[in-house]
Design a protein around this ligand. Structure first.
Ligand code: FAD
Length: 417
């Protein structure tokens, strides 16, 4: 069977990998190089704790501060808000206990499935050196902040995630550069990280090309049903005929589906920025999340990558320095951060659906067309598991985990028109 995978981010490359491993002929298309968009700019963390989404029920008590811009990890931009309002209300509406439980269960499965695949695939591609098994750290600046996160630790305990609480001294012993500012930490020992996520995706794709994958660097403009299969039309006028198509367009999915079929996918763009910095300390062994500053700092090949929290805006809205400056200022209070190593700052969008679960399913009413999108904050880590699920579905095989929580019509059909 010949399958076109459109989108060569972590999710699309993973779909291509899983299908090619099952003996299928795969054409991977992207308007840019593999791993150059959202999958390039993320924090490179793979954590079992990501089973708790941003829209957990506790979001309601945080809402007044979030809307007033008093939370360092969140900004709501007003431009284009009317268009985004249905998705935003849908996202808030899903912040309830009856949704959190199945979401946490589903994400736990997907995260658990993905992790061993990541290490196995990276080994096969000869890039195991990019992987770090040292976990990551949640940092707290006061006993009250530590106490306020007790509910999350209770979830981690329930799911038997490997985590170790640290006091200030134990934290300094583990990471000598974390000398000041933090009273408590949670060492998520079950987490891992990579030294450059975009390079991981690029190298995985290059390995597939070495094994027969066809990579087409062109924008896909239009999809047309042709007999039993599909015709993929590109910006350069190519017309590729394939049996099946997987769309893995990350944050561009919403606009593509709307232009193609008029669908209104309830996708939010949780934008985030990053910059790389020099470091005036001994170095960190693992990424850190400073809960007070709401930034993540990841040691990476190009430098210390400082990533911000969430700016809710249209994916195409112009960037603003505000969040990056706030994250940098918060980090400088407690860390030996050196000069900025790059300009301008990187900006990308976490593609988020109302219940914070991706869609991994057939496209409704379009035989032979599949959707793998909406991976919010965890698409780098959950790409491989998503690829395995998609390959099984496309080939009519039993998926390795229950795919029902990832069904396209789980909130009904209203978004199709
Ligand atoms: C600041 C930040 C920090 C993050 N940190 C983490 C983290 O630590 N861990 C984690 O797991 N996740 C993290 N994420 C989330 C993660 O980066 C995303 O969930 C993931 O990269 C999504 O992958 P994707 O393949 O779906 O999308 P993308 O990587 O965006 O890939 C989609 C591809 O589709 C292509 N495309 C779109 N339209 C077309 C078209 N018409 N024709 C051809 N090609 C097209 C694009 O060029 C792009 O390459 C973070 C995200 C951000 C923004």
């Amino acid at each position: 069977m010949r399958v076109a995978v459109v989108g060569a981010g972590m999710v699309g490359v993973s779909c291509a990998w899983a299908l090619q491993r099952r003996g299928q002929e795969v054409v991977l298309l992207d308007r840019g190089e593999p791993g150059a968009k959202t999958s390039h700019g993320n924090a490179g963390v793979l954590s079992p704790t990501s089973l708790l989404p941003l829209n957990h029920p506790g979001l309601w008590s945080q809402l007044p501060d979030l809307l007033r811009g008093r939370s360092p990890g969140f900004r709501l931009r007003s431009e284009g808000l009317r268009r985004r309002l249905p998705a935003l209300l849908g996202f808030l509406g899903q912040a309830r206990p009856s949704v959190l439980e199945p979401t946490a269960q589903a994400l736990h499965q997907l995260i658990g499935l993905s992790r061993p695949l990541h290490t196995q695939w990276m080994k096969e591609a000869g890039i195991a050196h990019r992987w770090r098994d040292a976990g990551w750290l949640f940092l707290y600046r006061s006993p009250a902040a530590w106490q306020a996160a007790a509910w999350a630790r209770e979830w981690y305990r329930r799911f038997e995630l490997s985590c170790q609480p640290l006091d200030a001294q134990a934290l300094r012993e583990l990471e000598p550069d974390l000398q000041r500012g933090f009273t408590h930490a949670l060492w998520v020992q079950g987490a891992a990280s990579v030294d450059e996520p975009g390079a991981v995706v690029r190298d995985l794709a290059a390995h597939l090309v070495g094994q027969g994958l066809q990579f087409v660097r062109e924008e896909v403009r239009h999809l047309q049903r042709l007999g039993q299969g599909w015709q993929v039309q590109t910006s350069a006028g190519q017309r590729l005929e394939v049996d099946q198509v997987i769309l893995a367009l990350g944050p561009d999915s919403r606009d593509f589906l709307q232009a193609q079929w008029g669908w209104r996918l309830p996708m939010l763009h949780e934008r985030g920025y990053h910059l790389h910095y020099a470091w005036q300390g001994r170095g960190l062994q693992r990424p850190i999340y400073d809960t007070a500053g709401a930034y993540v700092l990841s040691p990476m090949t190009p430098g210390m990558r400082l990533s911000t929290g969430v700016e809710l805006a249209e994916a195409t809205a112009p960037p603003r320095e505000e969040m990056m400056q706030a994250a940098e200022a918060a980090a400088r209070q407690v860390l030996p951060l050196g000069d900025r190593l790059q300009a301008p700052m990187w900006l990308g969008s976490r593609p988020t659906l109302p219940d914070s679960r991706p869609i991994l399913d057939a496209a409704p009413g379009q035989p032979g067309l599949w959707l793998a999108l909406g991976h919010q904050h965890i698409g780098f880590s959950t790409g491989p598991g998503s690829g395995e699920v998609m390959a099984a579905l496309v080939l009519g095989q039993a998926p390795p985990i229950n795919p029902r929580p990832f069904a396209a019509l789980r909130w009904g059909r209203h978004w199709l028109r």
